[in-house]
Ligand binder design. Structure first.
Ligand SMILES: Cc1ncc(COP(=O)(O)O)c(C=O)c1O
Length: 379
C-alpha cells in the first residue's frame, strides 16, 4: 500500500466539492462521470426488484439472468464468443480491474500500461507487489501505439498488458491496425491482456470500437472489463463485469467471494433492463458529440492551446504552451485565475506533460464559460 497512490481525479473532485461548500464559486471539470440521469426504465426495474424483496445475496459471480444478458451483449455487439462461466459481475468496473490484477500479478512480475492512463492501473499493479512499466505515447502523434514502442519495454518478466480504448484520458480510439499489432505482440510474448472497454459506446466521427477478445487466437488470454457506469449513466449504482475464459474467471471469483461477496441484488436486476437502453445511450453519445465540438474547437482556437477533437470517451485532453509551465502548474494557474477545476495531464503518467484533462460531460453553459475564461488567461 505504501507504493500505491490515491486516485488523483477522485481527490480533485473532492477538492472541488469542498471549495463549493466553502462558498468559492468554481466550475469543476475534474470528475469522470456522465451528467445524465439514469434512464427511467432502469430506475423502475430497481424499485420493482426491491418491492419484490430481491434484497438478498446473489451468487458471487452474479445472477444467471444478468450473466446471460451480458453473454448475449458480448456476442451480438462485440463478436466475443463469451460464456456464462466466464462472466463475473462486480460493483463497478474498478473491482473487476483490481481483482484481475491481484489474481494474476505478483512480486517480480511486470505489467505494461500505455500512458497517459487511468491512474488505478498503476496503483493496482503496485498493490499486487508487481512492477508498473509505462509505455509512453506522444501527444504529437495522436497517442497512437506502435509495435516498436511495445517491444522496447517488454522483458522476460512481463506478464500482462493493460489497454484502454476508447482511452481515458486521451480520447484515442485504437484503429484496427493498432489492435492487430497489439494482438500479435501479446501472442508472441505470451502475455495476459486486460482490455478496459468501459467507454466503448462513446466513439465519434464514424470510428468503430473493436474488442480484443473477438480475435480467436487471443480468446483465452484476454480479460475484458466493462460496465454500465458510462454507457447508461449509472456510476453510483456500481455495476461492472469481467469477461474471460472460465479458467481465468475461476481464479478471479475467489477475490470476489472473499471480499465483496456479490454486487447489490436489485442493481443486478436493474442492469438487465439497462442493457436494452440502447436508444438512451445513443442520445447521450450525440449530446457528448455536440459538447466535444464546442470545447475542443473552442480551446483549439486559443493560440497557446492545442486541442485535438477527442475520438472517443468524454474528455478533452489538450496541451498548453505557456511560460514553460508544467501541467501541475497549469492546473493550479487555471484554478486560481479562471476558477476552473481541471486535472493535470501528468496525473495520468508519462506522456501527459504540459497537458490538461477536462471532462465535457458537463453542461453547455459551463463549457462555454470555460472556453471564454481560458481564452482570457492564455491571451
Ligand atoms: C478507464 C476507466 N476504467 C474503469 C473505470 C471505473 O468505472 P466504475 O465506475 O464502473 O468502477 C473508469 C471510471 O472513471 C475509467 O475511466
Amino acid at each position: 500500500m505504501k507504493r500505491a497512490g490515491g486516485s488523483p481525479t477522485v481527490a480533485l473532485n473532492a477538492k472541488g466539492i469542498r471549495m463549493r461548500e466553502e462558498g468559492i464559486d468554481i466550475l469543476s471539470f475534474a470528475a469522470g462521470e456522465p451528467d445524465f440521469d439514469t434512464p427511467e426504465p432502469v430506475k423502475a426495474a430497481a424499485i420493482e426488484a426491491i418491492r419484490q424483496n430481491r434484497t438478498h445475496y446473489t451468487s458471487a459471480a452474479g445472477t444467471l439472468p444478468l450473466r446471460r444478458r451480458i453473454v448475449r451483449k458480448l456476442r451480438e455487439e462485440n463478436g466475443i464468443d463469451a460464456v456464462e462461466d466466464g462472466i463475473i459481475v462486480t460493483p463497478g468496473a474498478k473491482p473487476a480491474l483490481i481483482h484481475a490484477i491481484m489474481s494474476f500479478l505478483e512480486e517480480g512480475d511486470e505489467c505494461m500500461v500505455l500512458t497517459p492512463a487511468y491512474p488505478s492501473y498503476r496503483s493496482g499493479i503496485l498493490m499486487a507487489g508487481a512492477d508498473f512499466v509505462p509505455v509512453p505515447l506522444s501527444f504529437d502523434s495522436g497517442f497512437t501505439v506502435t509495435r516498436g514502442m511495445l517491444e522496447e519495454k517488454v522483458s522476460p518478466r512481463s506478464k500482462m498488458l493493460i489497454i484502454c480504448s476508447p482511452c481515458n484520458p486521451t480520447g484515442h480510439v485504437l484503429t484496427e491496425a493498432e489492435i492487430r499489432d497489439i494482438a500479435d505482440f501479446v501472442l508472441e510474448h505470451d502475455l495476459l491482456l486486460l482490455s478496459d472497454e468501459i467507454y466503448e459506446k462513446l466513439v465519434y466521427d464514424g470510428r468503430q470500437h473493436y474488442s480484443f477478445a473477438a480475435i480467436p487466437e487471443l480468446r483465452d488470454r484476454v480479460i475484458t472489463l466493462n460496465g454500465l457506469s458510462k454507457s447508461a449513466a449509472m456510476t453510483g449504482w456500481r455495476l461492472g463485469y469481467s469477461a474471460s475464459s472460465p479458467e481465468l474467471a475461476r481464479v478471479m471469483l475467489k477475490m470476489q467471494q472473499n471480499t465483496l461477496n456479490c454486487t447489490a441484488s436489485f442493481t443486478q436486476d436493474a442492469a438487465v433492463t439497462a442493457f436494452d437502453c440502447t436508444k438512451e445511450t445513443e442520445a447521450m453519445r450525440l449530446s457528448y458529440l455536440k459538447r466535444r465540438d464546442l470545447i475542443c474547437d473552442g480551446l483549439d482556437a486559443i493560440p497557446a492551446i492545442t486541442c485535438p477533437r477527442a475520438e472517443g470517451a468524454f474528455y478533452a485532453f489538450f496541451r498548453i504552451d505557456w511560460k514553460g509551465m508544467s501541467s501541475e502548474e497549469l492546473a493550479d494557474y487555471i484554478l486560481e485565475k479562471a476558477r476552473l477545476l481541471v486535472v493535470p495531464g501528468t496525473a495520468f503518467g508519462e506522456g501527459g506533460e504540459k497537458c490538461i484533462r477536462m471532462s465535457f460531460a458537463t453542461d453547455t453553459a459551463s463549457l462555454q464559460t470555460a472556453v471564454e475564461r481560458l481564452g482570457q488567461i492564455f491571451a
